[in-house]
Design a protein around this ligand. Structure first.
Ligand SMILES: Cc1cc2nc3c(=O)[nH]c(=O)nc-3n(C[C@H](O)[C@H](O)[C@H](O)COP(=O)(O)OP(=O)(O)OC[C@H]3O[C@@H](n4cnc5c(N)ncnc54)[C@H](O)[C@@H]3O)c2cc1C
Length: 443
């Protein structure tokens, strides 16, 4: 049996990979290297509760409150925090840290997650924020005081959550979104429109189909005072939150001949192609899911991060000789949740793959549609690929989860060499009443 596993990235994927390696029987050395100073912590509260109701950037209490409880099995793991890995030589099986330390390994877990993309907007930096880390959240919340004007650039998932939280904190909020509706990519334009109304009912202003082309400043001290849109409209702002997507942290892997165009490409065992003993997990990993097809995709969801970490650890443990390698296909059902003004938006499956949608419950035109509850199914060809619920009681979630899980069961005959789509299905019995087709299938 070999000697050391190095995990690069001390986030959720890194922690869970360490715990699952221990559970799989790996009792030798594990070192986790993290760019941030913090032990692994939970990111979802950063755009929700943690952004309101507190002041002070010291953050010790918040870091403690968000920190994951670590299983006893990883008590002997070595944490190298605050020092990123800057280089890897995967053939020589070593990584180099920013302080010059070289760590050699027998097994490597790539778990470096994402960082926010930046919008190329000319103007001052002071008053311009992004949100990915605990430190980002603590900096931003200092400024989210009642009456403060906030322009959120990008109406995706994080942008919408920040808008809702800032509004709850008493800020004046405008969201500028280049597309037609908020969260359109994740939930489609129909539900996006309902979500937008929900924000507007809560006092958030939406400007869609426009981009921010310039930031205004107050001159000498270069503090943001507003945003100018591409049609020349100026919106006064005390601060700007950029929320225009994320980029995988992969630069440290450059020079190793890997396909890094959108994260790290893996096979269905989370093995980084062609490199025995190297696996990836979490937001950075691009892998095929036979529930859908054989196209490798990244999934930026909390739940899938744990699933991929478990799979990657099992694969690595087999490579290192502490368990047998007899796993079947890996078919996690993606799911994410988002909380906006007390309404939970819950997604199961991969709605973004759908090209048609069908209303399963609720009505899109009711004035307060989200509080009444809406369930929408998404189809690709004739297969249901995802469901999004908004304001639906938790007791009904399991029903919808099972609906989409059943519709995407991969064929038993699936192998990486002969990938085959999950079985087809068309609405059928979805909760006792006929479904309302919003964007119909052309059969
Ligand atoms: C604000 C926010 C809210 C969210 N809310 C939800 C939600 O409500 N529901 C949901 O399903 N999902 C949510 N998510 C997504 C979820 O948190 C992520 O899917 C999950 O955190 C991914 O974990 P990870 O370990 O892959 O990446 P990360 O948590 O990003 O961890 C990666 C770690 O690697 C470190 N790192 C990067 N480069 C290096 C390097 N070169 N060397 C060493 N370390 C490095 C990073 O600093 C980071 O600490 C949210 C994410 C954010 C940012």
């Amino acid at each position: 049996m070999a000697g050391q596993v190095v995990i690069v990235g001390a986030g959720l994927a890194g922690l869970r990979a360490a715990e699952h390696l221990r559970a799989a029987g790996w009792d030798r050395a594990i070192t986790v290297v993290g760019a941030e100073e913090h032990l692994p912590y939970n990111r979802p509260p950063l755009s929700k509760d943690l952004l309101v109701g507190g002041t002070g950037t010291a953050g010790a209490a918040e870091a403690h409150a968000c920190a994951y409880r670590r299983s006893k099995s990883v008590a002997d793991v070595r944490w190298r925090l605050g020092t990123p890995v800057v280089r890897a030589s995967l053939r020589a099986r070593s990584v180099t840290l920013a302080d010059g330390t070289v760590l050699t390994y027998d097994g490597l877990v790539v778990a470096t997650g994402l960082r926010p993309s930046r919008a190329a907007i000319p103007g001052p930096d002071f008053g311009r924020y992004v949100l990915r880390t605990l430190d980002d959240a603590l900096r931003l919340r200092e400024r989210l005081v009642p009456g403060c004007s906030v322009v959120v650039v990008g109406g995706g998932f994080i942008g919408c959550e920040v808008a809702a939280t800032a509004r709850t904190a008493g800020c004046e909020v405008t969201v500028v979104e280049a597309g037609a509706e908020p969260m359109e990519r994740a939930i489609g334009p129909e539900l996006g429109r309902v979500l937008r109304r929900h924000h507007e009912d809560n006092g958030v202003r939406f400007v869609t189909g426009r981009i921010v082309s310039e930031l205004l400043s107050d001159g000498p001290c270069e503090r943001v005072t507003g945003a100018v849109l591409d049609d020349g409209t100026a919106i006064p702002a005390d601060l700007i939150v950029e929320s225009v997507g994320s980029r995988p942290n992969v630069e440290w892997l450059d020079g190793n001949g890997l396909d890094l165009h959108d994260g790290v490409e893996c096979d269905n065992w989370m093995r980084v192609e062609g490199l025995p003993g190297v696996v990836a997990a979490g937001d950075v990993a691009r892998f095929p899911n036979p529930r859908y097809d054989d196209v490798p995709r990244r999934v930026e969801h909390w739940g899938v991060t744990g699933d991929t970490a478990r799979r990657a650890a099992a694969t690595l443990a087999a490579h290192l000789g502490v368990r047998s390698h007899d796993d079947g296909p890996f078919t996690p059902l993606p799911s994410f949740w988002s909380d906006q003004y007390g309404v939970r938006v819950q997604s199961y499956g991969a709605p973004a793959l759908g090209d048609r949608c069908v209303l399963l419950d609720g009505g899109l035109d009711h004035p307060r549609a989200l509080t009444g509850g809406v369930a929408m199914a998404y189809y690709r060809d004739r297969q249901m690929v995802g469901v999004v619920l908004a304001g639906i009681p938790a007791s009904r979630h399991r029903h919808y989860r099972e609906l989409v899980a059943d519709a995407t069961v991969p064929s038993r005959a699936w192998t990486p060499e002969r990938p085959e789509r999950g079985r087809a299905s068309w609405p059928g019995d979805v909760g006792g009443r006929p479904p309302e087709v919003i964007r119909p299938l052309t059969v």
